[in-house]
Design a protein around this ligand. Structure first.
Ligand SMILES: Nc1ncnc2c1ncn2[C@@H]1O[C@H](COP(=O)(O)OP(=O)(O)OP(=O)(O)O)[C@@H](O)[C@H]1O
Ligand SMILES: NCC(=O)N[C@@H]1O[C@H](COP(=O)([O-])[O-])[C@@H](O)[C@H]1O
Ligand SMILES: [Mg+2]
Length: 386
């Protein structure tokens, strides 16, 4: 029988599904965990568990039962204080339990980046009550961006453009946060020219970077990404400096998605995921090693001598426009007739409004052409009632 490492993935969405597939390719034993049954990564893992991952006792329970060699967070909403304790007891958390804890809430990572490391960020304030919130919005000025402290993919996020939006923004944040503790961040609105994800990896081979990924977001969630993104030497230098500084501080082995805003005068740090990034799905078709393969290699302690961008590429996620218990993804045959195009259909058990269900991935000789192809493919796809 093969003696191998056991990886436990905490969060089992579309990103985790690719992580599990890469781990399986290297003969690793895989266990997937999430808050709901039949999650994408569970469909390809060897075993799975459905638990409330914010419940410290339940989380510890399955970790002690399974004794994984590596605990790999896939979402931010976890009982991260318990992960810190488990790490002290000898478990390995990727990249580190502190990184998982700091990036779980926007306050931890923002204060670290801005106040400790001196990285350029949008101005920000925090509020716990509606009164504090109104005051903070007025001090920040319009427009400003409101987000719950713990949320992702734009959930609970809104742009507050004028006085009459204030109450609406507060209500959106209260409904969209993963934990209802009421605290929100109020951010200065940055008028950036473009935004990128700089995938950064820390491994036994040191720190390396993927080619920058440009993306467009709508309501805080990504609707298109492409690689490479055109940047000046100066911007690349600033971006790498920010990415190296924040990932060195977080430490450990693994891939990080460093989100940056490119404005006329400078590059701003926005946030960082200590794990593969949704906009990085494009690397499934562009690089010699996808962001998922890189993450798995790094966390297993294997070398990553070279990351090569093989071709320009683009990605377009398919989002559901309504809630369905029984659905199918229509149009795959037509989408796949677009040249150099692939699909990933995630297999989520049900749809919800705005939920990402699949992604179209295209390559071409130029980024422009790849973006056209991915759009063509996406336009053929539809979430249909089954
Ligand atoms: N201060 C800001 N100024 C201008 N735009 C912003 C600002 N903050 C966020 N945005 C826009 O909203 C998007 C989502 O914000 P952010 O990354 O903080 O949310 P998120 O919910 O953590 O998303 P994800 O989990 O997908 O990374 C950003 O990529 C950017 O397009
Ligand atoms: N921006 C973070 C991100 O893209 N995370 C990805 O979305 C899943 C949750 O999707 P769901 O809300 O549809 O269950 C997560 O499990 C992860 O794969
Ligand atoms: Mg983000």
């Amino acid at each position: 029988m093969l003696k191998t490492k056991k990886v436990m993935l905490l969060g089992s969405g579309e990103l985790g599904k690719e992580v599990i597939l890469e781990a399986a390719r290297l003969g690793v034993e895989t266990v997937a965990v999430d808050r709901y049954a039949h999650a994408p990564a569970m469909q390809v893992a060897q075993r799975s568990y459905v638990i409330d991952m914010l419940d410290a006792e339940r989380l510890r329970g399955i970790i002690e039962q399974e004794q994984p060699d590596l605990i790999v967070p896939e979402i931010e909403a976890l009982a991260t204080s318990e992960l810190v304790k488990l790490e002290e007891e000898g478990y390995r958390v990727i990249p580190t339990a502190r990184a998982a804890k700091l990036t779980m809430d926007r306050e931890g990572i923002r204060r670290l980046a801005s106040e400790k490391l001196g990285l350029p960020t949008a101005g920000y304030k925090f509020a716990d009550t509606y009164e504090q919130f109104v005051q903070a919005v007025k001090e920040t000025g319009f427009p400003c961006v409101i987000k719950p402290l713990m949320s992702s993919s734009g959930k609970g996020q809104s742009v507050c453009r004028e006085e009459k939006d204030i109450e609406r923004s507060w209500n959106i944040a209260m409904e969209g946060g993963r934990v209802q503790n009421g605290r929100v961040i109020i951010e200065e609105f940055i008028r950036f020219q473009s935004e990128i994800t700089l995938l950064t990896v820390r491994s036994v081979s040191g720190t390396s970077f993927c080619a920058p990924i440009g993306h467009i977001q709508e309501s805080g969630d990504y609707i298109e990404s492409w690689q490479p993104h055109d940047m000046t030497e100066q911007q690349i230098g600033e971006a790498k400096h920010i990415a190296k500084t924040i990932t060195d501080e977080l430490g450990g082995y693994g891939l990080f998605g460093v989100e940056l805003f490119l404005a006329e005068d400078k590059v701003y740090f926005s946030e960082v995921s200590p794990r593969p990034h949704d906009t990085g799905l494009v690397t499934l078709v562009t690089q010699n090693l996808s962001e998922f393969a890189i993450h798995v290699r790094a966390v297993l302690g294997y070398p990553i001598p070279e990351i090569v961008l093989m071709t320009p590429g683009a990605s377009r996620p398919l989002k559901a426009d309504r809630e369905l218990e029984h659905y199918r993804i229509g149009g795959a045959d037509e989408a796949l007739s677009v040249p150099n195009t692939q699909l990933r259909i995630f297999g989520k058990p049900v749809t919800k409004f705005g939920r990402r269900m699949a992604v179209a991935l295209s390559t071409a000789d130029t980024v422009e052409e790849a973006r056209v192809r991915a759009k063509l493919a996406l336009d053929k796809l539809a979430v249909e009632e089954a």
